[in-house]
Design a protein around this ligand. Structure first.
Ligand SMILES: Cc1ncc(COP(=O)(O)O)c(C=O)c1O
Length: 444
């Protein structure tokens, strides 16, 4: 197709008026079109232009847009209950959801706390970890993203602008590099060590020089790095990390807000390694893309042995959001979602590997289920990041009708878990054309 001139006139007029009234931190980051409607994996803008959705609303719309089989139960529940604060009055829709989440997640998790969204789930998890252990320090990972409120921005460390102005105000977090083989600052693990260089670093350096392990409540980690670029740690890392946690009585909290419910090719990414965490945070996909709902799951120690930590907020686990979440879980049982995710992974591996062979500007391509990423560099040897080329590729892809997500480190591609693999392959071909165009425009 001939690349679109964006924004079209109707989108341009709306964007101009929006930017005049919006906080610039939102206005300046908007896509160059205004959404008119969505259906399946198609976005349609005010000017009638169509885009294949390969962002899925930051992975919060897992199974295509506005599905009637999710909206139906939601509307029924809204008619029956209106809104109600689940902390004050329980609805009969909370129980089946809570029981089902406990039965689907690893056996270590026996309790649920309500949350409205991923950010609130992580905030809550951090409070619970400190309360359950009586210890102040939580270890996070450089590259990890957990939200943008004060606590979650300080726990996360995807890119420094997220926590700018906050870091110094929020003590109680220490960070170590995410176990990213492409950008590891470490030599291979030392003989006689933990078997993993990141965990050796925690043991040999962080704990030896700086932090008494008895002050640490635990670690919070994305099982597959999400916004930070789709990186899956090794099995050795997980073994070494869980041993470290057991040794010191630390809680292992996995942030499955993005990976949860199928995106990794497993219902939960921890299944890939058989990890039994102490806490798990869910959000995004849990509401099926039609309702905001999130959850903190925990072991008896992390979530069942005290009752004095306030959790959630007025709108967390509204009855209609519970109905949407239960309908979403039904849908995972009814439709071959995970099989399709594996097919999308296979398509991605093939197409992205071929793209990397064609373009030396690609440092690495990654595919974990329906979450895939292209990391662009100025030079393969130095691995200097090329954010300019990444953003230009994103923009050229939008002009060619494919919408992705340009994050801090990589072009992230996250289609609907049910996208037809053929359609996905065609979208990846378009992204390849966009990259070639961006390389030409920037003279890379
Ligand atoms: C891994 C992870 N944790 C937490 C969050 C915060 O979730 P939300 O923005 O839905 O509150 C996100 C959002 O992108 C995320 O990717």
């Amino acid at each position: 197709m001939t690349p679109l001139d964006l924004p079209g006139p109707r989108s341009a007029a709306t964007l101009e008026r929006l930017r005049a009234v919006l906080y610039p931190g939102i206005g300046e980051h908007l896509a160059p079109f205004v959404l008119d409607r969505k259906s399946g994996s198609t976005l349609v803008d005010l000017d009638g232009n169509e885009y294949v959705d390969c962002a899925s609303a930051s992975a919060s719309v897992p199974l295509g847009a506005a599905r009637e089989d999710l909206i139906g139960p939601l509307v029924d529940a809204l008619r029956r209950y209106g809104n109600e604060d689940g902390h004050a009055i329980a609805s009969d829709l909370a129980l089946p959801l809570a029981e089902r989440l406990i039965s689907l997640t690893p056996a270590s998790l026996t309790r649920v706390a309500y949350a409205l969204n991923g950010t609130e789930a992580i905030e809550t998890a951090v409070k619970l970890m400190r309360r359950a252990t009586g210890r102040p320090i939580v270890i996070g990972f450089l590259g990890g993203y957990h939200g943008e409120t004060t606590t979650t921005a300080a726990l996360g460390a995807e890119e420094n602008e997220i926590s700018a102005g906050l870091r110094a105000l929020v003590p109680g977090f220490a960070h170590v590099p995410y176990p990213n083989p492409y950008r590891s600052p470490f030599a291979p693990p030392r003989p006689g060590g933990s078997g993993d260089a990141t965990v050796d670093y925690i043991r040999d350096h962080l704990l030896f020089h700086a932090i008494d392990p008895a002050e640490v409540a635990g670690v919070v980690i994305e099982p597959v790095l999400g916004s930070g670029g789709c990186v899956a740690p090794s099995a050795e890392f997980w073994t070494a990390l869980t041993e470290l946690c057991h040794e010191h009585g630390w809680l292992l909290c996995v942030d499955e807000v993005k990976t949860g419910l199928g995106r990794s090719g497993h219902l939960f990414a921890v299944e890939r390694w058989g990890i039994e965490p102490d806490l798990m945070c869910l959000g995004k996909a849990l509401g099926g893309g039609v309702a905001p709902i999130a959850a903190v799951l925990g072991s008896e120690r992390a979530l069942g042995s005290f009752d004095d930590v306030p959790t959630g907020s007025t709108w967390s686990w509204l009855p209609w959001a519970c109905a949407a979440a239960s309908a979403t879980l039904d849908l995972f049982e009814r439709e071959p979602v995970l099989e399709n995710v594996r097919a999308l992974e296979a398509v991605g591996r093939k197409k992205l590997d071929a793209l990397a062979e064609r373009h030396p500007q690609i440092g690495e391509v990654r595919a974990v289920g329906a979450f895939q990423a292209i990391e662009l560099v100025r030079d393969r040897a130095s691995k200097e990041r090329d954010r300019e080329l990444q953003d230009a590729t994103w923009a050229e892809a939008v002009r060619r009708g494919v919408f992705t997500d340009s994050s801090s480190t990589s072009l992230n591609i996250q289609p609907s878990l049910l996208m037809d693999p053929g359609e996905y392959g065609a979208a990846l071909d378009t992204i390849g054309e966009a990259l070639a165009a961006a390389i030409a425009v920037l003279g890379r």
